[in-house]
Design a binder for this molecule. Structure first.
Ligand SMILES: Nc1ncnc2c1ncn2[C@@H]1O[C@H](COP(=O)(O)OP(=O)(O)OP(=O)(O)O)[C@@H](O)[C@H]1O
Ligand SMILES: [Mg+2]
Length: 397
């Protein structure tokens, strides 16, 4: 089945928006991610997030609302939404730049047909255009296992599913993804931030670090203070550039809600919200969920992940789902000795303990995200870890 169309709706009637939102979910065709009542705000959203489709409510002259969007965004698929269906009106909407017209009240069958047409146009428009998935791994508390999840999930997606994967270390001050992969690239997120808009994909590939699993790594900047030299706007541009080059962009995020983190979360197709099975952690996670809700991006994109999971008689999985009002997507088993040894040796879990339950868990998580595995792991080469961690050039810049 085709991926849902990431859709912006510009419409003043909240009941119509609600109805289309429900129909989109029920039919699995349209994902209403952005809602606004004004064309100016809608244009801002398109500039920022490049949705696949815009549903634009027309009350009166279609030219007024559609033409400005069609002119500025020639690649945006515009679906005019109107109560009128007479020939003149349809013609006017098309001439203003709409690709299709949906009549109010919207019927399920019409939305499906419109979405199918939009999908076909999208594929035809630019078959070379890739749009990989962004998967952010987030926890509002440190030490819960986000980097462990980001790294080992990336490994499973690359080696078992043949996906072209990159892990982006958005923990700009004191990230540690490079340690997990035992790489020390001289090209970092700071360099890409400065050049994301003009980054040539081939040139970029030659600069990015590549682990023997096939996973690419975009490292944190060399100095703590460099974090301040990267803006939320640059994070957005970087993620857009990387999304066009990779099948999956995994973002290891910091544990606070700053603008850069929120940008990454907002752009994500999936947010793995990591928590532990204890009351303080669950309480904090609930507050994150509440914030996501207020920001308008609590939907099926947010997946709750229990890290370091040990079955617990006092707090059952079921009771958490009830309290959080969010299903548990996955539970990563607790195996401290194996995970610690993997980190300390600069090896991924699949390299040091391919058959352990915790390693297999990441394969299962990858399958939940991507469907059944297609490929097998390539042979690994040996490398000196300490030597690489302390290589001078990573801090000499
Ligand atoms: N499944 C697991 N079982 C047992 N221990 C784990 C597991 N996952 C992670 N850990 C341990 O938890 C600690 C934190 O892991 P990790 O660095 O992945 O978390 P983090 O949320 O990225 O932390 P930080 O806040 O430092 O970025 C490490 O000591 C790691 O070994
Ligand atoms: Mg971390």
């Amino acid at each position: 089945m085709a991926e849902k169309l990431r859709t912006l709706i510009i419409e003043i009637d909240p009941e119509t928006v609600r109805q289309i939102d429900i129909l989109g979910r029920q039919t699995g065709t349209v994902d209403i991610r952005w809602k606004t009542v004004s064309v100016a705000e809608g244009a801002e959203i398109v500039r920022k997030f490049r949705p696949d489709m815009a549903i634009v409510g027309v009350n009166g002259d279609p030219t007024r609302v559609i033409a400005p969007l069609a002119k500025e965004f020639p690649h945006l698929y515009i679906l005019a939404l109107s109560a009128m269906r007479d020939g003149d009106h349809v013609l006017q909407a098309m001439r203003a730049g709409a690709h299709d017209l949906l009549t109010r009240p919207v019927r399920e069958v019409d939305l499906c047909i419109a979405a199918e047409k939009a999908q076909k146009t999208r594929v035809r428009k630019d078959p070379a255009e890739r749009r990989g998935k962004i998967v952010s791994v987030f926890s509002n508390k440190g030490g819960n296992g986000t980097t462990t999840i980001a790294s080992n999930l990336a490994d499973a997606l690359a080696t078992r599913h043949g996906k072209k994967v990159i892990v982006v270390d958005l923990v700009l001050a004191l990230g540690d993804v490079t340690m997990f992969f035992n790489v020390s690239p001289s090209y970092t997120i700071l360099d890409l931030a400065k050049n994301a808009d003009k980054a040539d994909p081939e040139y970029l590939h030659s600069l990015l670090a590549r682990h023997q699993s096939g996973v690419y790594i975009l490292a944190d900047p060399p100095r703590i203070e460099d974090a301040d030299h990267i803006s939320a706007e640059q994070v957005r541009e970087m993620l857009m550039a990387l999304r066009s080059m990779f099948d999956v962009v995994i973002v290891d995020t910091p544990h606070q809600f700053d603008e850069k983190t929120l940008t990454a979360l907002e752009m994500s197709d999936t947010v793995l919200l990591v928590t532990l099975l204890n009351l303080p952690s669950l309480k904090n996670t609930q507050r994150s969920i509440e914030l996501f809700c207020r920001l308008g991006f609590l939907d099926e994109r947010v997946r709750l992940v229990l890290s370091r999971y040990l079955p617990n008689e006092e707090i059952s999985k079921e009771s958490i789902e009830g309290i959080m009002n969010c299903p548990i997507f996955f539970a990563v088993p607790n195996d401290y000795p194996t995970v610690l040894s993997s980190v300390n040796r600069g090896k991924l879990l699949s390299e040091i303990a391919p058959d352990k339950e915790v390693t297999l868990a990441f394969r299962q998580m990858a399958e939940l995200l991507e469907g059944p595995a297609t490929s097998h792991e390539p042979p690994r080469k040996k490398r000196g870890f300490l030597e690489r961690v302390f290589r001078p050039e990573r801090c000499a810049r």
